[in-house]
Design a protein around this ligand. Structure first.
Ligand code: SAM
Length: 296
């Protein structure tokens, strides 16, 4: 009978430009560089560990739906909180801004995967980043010399990623920015016989391609993973999948990856991604992951 390896908890620690200061009562308080933000979080059901004064320090507060997909608005509480501001991680600078759906252009919990990739990439390494958003998972490997193909359906996200590239002084870095539907692009790459050393994908639960192609994680992930498998080979090094706001279990995601990547060797791990709260040390769960690592 097959045995299932146990689930792992990946913990994103605070760094100079990011800290989870507190969480509770359905919200989280975070410091992103020079800004303190108060955002909804559907997991943070517990009591807060910091006094009200700590929350009063917020520069902006997002109010509206608690769901990841929820609509809402930013209330600017301090005058300087508008506009863009810089956030640095390693060699990369991200121009953060208060954007719709409560996001700011960076998912700090993803640092566990940025670090994982940075240890494995180098010059000539070919990386495919599907659903690449503002490009952190493209630019950090590119800063180590990797040749990156970055795919996102949103022109705005691609423009933001290019701004981050410029801000990082990486204008010459070998990144191909592609505005396309991720599933379509992957299918085309398979037909062309293209392969990659590493693939990272962060599909939303629901999305749309530039030509209104519908993306539904729970329906299309198996086909996309089959295409991911076809783009990996005996020389490939890793695959990283994350999923947010889904009712799917990490075990389900792992099973899908196991099926798709059967025969590739290496090791698969799965589990939850979390952020460690500064001070209290409590973990805030954010999302699920599955990683395949040839040398794991
Ligand atoms: C923000 S990231 C995902 C972050 C996180 N996984 C979440 O769901 O909140 C999602 C990215 O996928 C892009 N996207 C959505 N549908 C897409 C599609 N069909 N093809 C390619 N990119 C897509 C969005 O433009 C966005 O930049």
């Amino acid at each position: 009978m097959p045995t299932l390896s146990s689930s792992e908890t990946l913990v994103a620690e605070p760094w100079r430009d990011y800290a989870l200061l507190d969480s509770g009562e359905g919200r989280k308080l975070e410091r992103f560089g020079a800004r303190i933000l108060d955002r909804p979080d559907s997991q943070a059901l517990w009591a807060r560990s910091q006094p009200t004064e700590a929350w009063d320090a917020a520069d902006a507060r997002f109010t509206g739906g608690k769901d990841e997909e929820g609509q809402g608005n930013w209330d600017i509480l301090k005058r300087h909180a508008d506009g863009t501001w810089p956030l640095t991680y390693g060699d990369v600078r991200c121009e953060a801004q208060l954007s719709g759906f409560r996001h700011v252009g960076i998912f700090p919990e993803q640092r566990v995967h940025w670090d994982f990739m940075e240890e494995r990439v180098g010059p000539e390494f070919s990386l495919l980043n599907l659903f690449g958003y503002t490009g952190l998972a493209s630019l950090l490997p590119a800063a180590k010399g990797a040749k990156v193909t970055h795919v996102d359906a949103s022109k705005k996200a691609i423009a933001w990623a290019r701004t981050n590239q410029e801000a990082s002084g990486m204008a010459e870095a070998p990144v191909r920015w592609i505005c396309d539907d991720a599933a379509r692009f992957a299918a085309r790459e398979v037909r062309r016989g293209n392969r990659y050393d590493g693939i990272v994908l962060d599909p939303p639960k629901y999305g749309r391609g530039p030509k209104n192609e519908i993306w539904r994680l729970e329906e299309q992930l198996p086909t996309l993973l089959a295409d991911v498998r076809a783009m990996l080979d005996g020389g490939s090094s890793f695959m990283v999948l994350t999923a947010y706001a889904t009712h799917l279990s990490a075990i389900t995601l792992r099973r899908l990856v196991e099926d798709a990547l059967a025969g590739l060797g290496g090791a698969i791990t799965h589990g939850e991604m979390t952020i460690r709260e500064e001070g209290s040390g409590r973990l805030l769960p954010t999302s699920l992951f599955v990683r395949w690592d040839r040398h794991g």
